[in-house]
Design a protein around this ligand. Structure first.
Ligand SMILES: *Cc1c(COP(=O)(O)O)cnc(C)c1O
Length: 477
């Protein structure tokens, strides 16, 4: 027997079931205690760049370490550098919180550790994904001709939409010829100047270049100006460009404004353009019957994306992507090598055909568990409550003459500011965030520094909103 063939004397094995039982129990207890006490921690991590890294060894451990030591370092080193998205006073950006059922769902999907690249590699992963996305489709009122797929983020979802749209133009075979060359059409994409940066990023990624992106102006309520959209398309056609796609937004990132999707769809249908709708944050609000109108026109879209990992209490990452043209998406991304062909290919969905990823986590398990735990009624009551709390917060702002509301409040996000200058507002934000009691963020509206207060954490109650306002009002001096 050669040296290499001899069994190593004492191979390290994975944890025994009993050890797992012990440490699993400890970790579940850790999580329960964390969720119980997260409110006492500073919302925004109070550390400086490099503080965490400097406490971590520069090289990996040569020998295995005990779970005691690892978990002790979690408390000692890692937790101080955490900004607590699960804190009920997290009001920055768009909140993303993990409901208990979602945390347990993540744990179970890690345990099963399925790779759902094709149906055969775990039929349940594929079929639960289709089912959960169809439930969500019904909850927000999209028509039955939309088919869903789960991606990690809206940015990646929008990238897929733009790729499908680009490859679907009939007169130039992008999959065959690419996007460059003297005969290639000069493609142009349209979105509002309030659209999320991921739209432009997606355009850059598919080879459009900044020159291929048109940022259409908005009206006084930050909605895409449809007349300006039409004018831009005509101007581009006259100049020899090839318009191919419009990306509209329901719930823009700065002010949560709603583009007039119905009127935009009139334009895209007439002009033969792909219509994509980014409803990453606000799409969930359509679960409320009285707010179903926010998706008016979306049934005419070619693709639609929203984030259950924002306002549906599902641990990040979970993005629901829908398209009425799954064949176009598939045409853009399907490339099946011999070793991935299966006998069932003709009769099943192989999700690897609908995106850039081959390997896919079992993401739908966590949304399935969150949906079943809350039920449609549970989402309605939580989202309705968050919107009520946003109106309450807006009323506090309105009653204080030092402040003003900066934009309409259609959902659970309030844009507001001190009437004095940008510096006062940015200092106020720094001061309140430095207390560790709340976390708010900012944007620019009408080129003015504007504070954003967004409610969406599953644990946020009225007292958190009242306390936050008291803190902001007192720090405003
Ligand atoms: C949050 C958000 C995005 C980006 O979402 P990711 O999932 O982080 O990529 C895009 N568009 C809108 C409107 C958003 O609110």
């Amino acid at each position: 027997m050669s040296e290499e063939d001899r069994p190593s004397p004492d191979p390290v094995r994975d944890m025994s079931p009993d050890q797992f039982r012990k440490w699993g129990g400890e970790v579940v207890e850790w999580v329960a205690r964390y969720l119980e006490t997260v409110e006492e921690l500073p919302v925004m991590a109070q550390v400086r760049p490099g503080d965490i890294r400097s406490q971590l060894p520069q090289s990996p451990p040569e020998g295995g370490e005990s779970m005691e030591a690892i978990l002790a370092d979690l408390d000692r080193i890692i937790v101080p550098g955490i900004t607590h998205w699960n804190h009920p006073s997290f009001f920055a950006y768009f909140p993303s919180s993990a409901a208990g059922a979602g945390i347990l769902g993540e744990m179970l999907s890690a345990a099963l550790n399925v790779n759902g690249m094709v149906w055969k590699t775990s039929p349940s992963a594929t079929e639960l994904e289709s089912t959960v996305l169809d439930w969500l489709r019904q909850m927000i009122g999209l028509s039955a001709d939309f088919q869903g797929i789960v991606y990690d983020t809206t940015s990646v979802g929008t990238f897929h939409a733009l790729t499908a749209a680009r490859n679907a133009i009939p007169e130039w075979d992008v999959a065959e010829n690419g996007v460059a060359g003297p005969d290639a059409p000069r493609l142009t994409l349209y979105t509002s100047e309030h659209a999320h940066s991921s739209v432009e990023k997606g355009a850059l990624a598919i080879g459009l270049g900044r020159r291929g992106v048109r940022k259409i102006p908005v009206d006084s309520e930050y909605r895409m100006d449809v007349a300006a959209l039409e004018a831009a398309i005509q101007k581009d056609r006259a100049a020899g460009f090839r318009p191919f796609c419009v990306s509209a937004t329901v719930g823009t990132t700065s002010t949560t404004s709603i583009d007039p999707v119905d009127r935009i769809a009139d334009v895209t249908e007439r002009e033969g353009l792909w219509l994509h709708v980014d409803a990453a944050y606000a799409g969930a609000a359509a679960i409320l019957p009285e707010r179903a109108d926010i998706l008016s026109g979306c049934n005419r879209a070619d693709s639609f994306v929203m984030n259950p990992h924002k306002w549906m209490f599902t641990p990040i990452e979970f993005t629901a992507f829908y398209t009425r043209r799954p064949d176009a998406l598939r045409a853009a991304f399907s490339l099946v090598p011999e070793y991935l062909k299966t006998a069932e290919d003709a009769s099943v969905t192989n999700y690897m055909d609908y995106g850039i990823q081959l390997g896919r986590r079992f993401r739908s398990l966590k949304l399935w568990m969150v949906m079943r735990y809350f039920g449609v009624d549970g989402f309605r009551s939580l989202l309705g409550e968050h919107m009520r709390l946003a109106r309450l917060f807006a009323s506090f702002v309105e009653q204080d003459s030092r402040f003003e509301i900066a934009a309409p409040v259609p959902f659970s996000t309030v844009c507001f500011r001190l009437r004095t200058g940008d510096d006062d507002n940015s200092r106020l934000m720094e001061r309140v965030n430095a207390t560790g009691k709340i976390f708010i963020s900012h944007t620019r509206v009408d080129d003015r520094f504007t504070l954003r207060f967004s409610i969406g954490n599953v644990k946020t109650e009225e007292r958190h909103v009242r306390d936050a306002w008291d803190l902001i009002a007192s720090e405003a001096g």
